[in-house]
Design a binder for this molecule. Structure first.
Ligand code: GNR
Ligand code: NI
Length: 167
């Protein structure tokens, strides 16, 4: 199957709000597996369905050093968030730019796994940051939205120029 393409800022499709997954069927599991392939290929530590133009609440992650601990989260919901952590974030949809963003340091999460079963997850540090970054994508939000207008517009112009050169 053709590899999934990752949309890039300022593509308006990245602003779509994703709908809850109603049923964890073969189509969802297949999309999750293709997203993991695209994430490892990129390479990245997370990918939200929004980034591959699939607008359901599905994210995949792997923050392990060896990239051998895939995590699939369906309909993720943050139950509690505590502390604050500033991380230089990057995004596969904003290639080449890294800027500090503040997130919760620890989160408690509820989600559904690839078998369709609900589970809870306690996450901290980079995993917590990455989950919050991915959940923003499902709301049509990007890390550049936390930056100043000036910085965001500069990034947009630079990326648009690159995209025109590649077209
Ligand atoms: O690969 C990614 N690295 C990253 C680094 C710091 C904070 C968040 C991330 S997520 C990003 C992949 C991506 O764009 N996911 O949406
Ligand atoms: Ni991203």
């Amino acid at each position: 199957m053709a590899p999934l393409e990752i949309l890039e800022f300022p593509d308006p499709r990245l602003r779509t709000v994703a709908k809850p997954v109603q049923n964890v069927d073969g189509r969802i599991v297949e999309m999750a597996d293709r997203m993991l392939d695209a994430m490892y290929e990129a390479p990245g530590i997370g990918l939200a369905a929004t980034q591959v133009n699939f607008h359901q609440r599905l994210i995949v992650l792997d923050v392990s050093e060896k990239q051998d601990q895939p995590l699939i989260l369906i309909n993720p919901q943050i139950i509690t968030g505590e502390g604050e952590l500033e991380t230089k974030e990057g995004c596969l949809s904003v290639p080449g730019f890294y800027e500090p963003v503040n997130r919760y340091e620890q989160i408690q999460l509820e989600a559904i796994n690839r078998d369709g079963d609900p589970f809870t997850l306690d996450a901290e540090g980079l995993l917590a940051v990455c989950i919050q970054h991915e959940m923003d994508h499902l709301e049509g939000k990007l890390f550049v939205d936390y930056l100043s207008n000036t910085k965001r517009q500069l990034i947009r112009k630079k990326l648009q120029k690159l995209q025109k050169q590649q077209a």
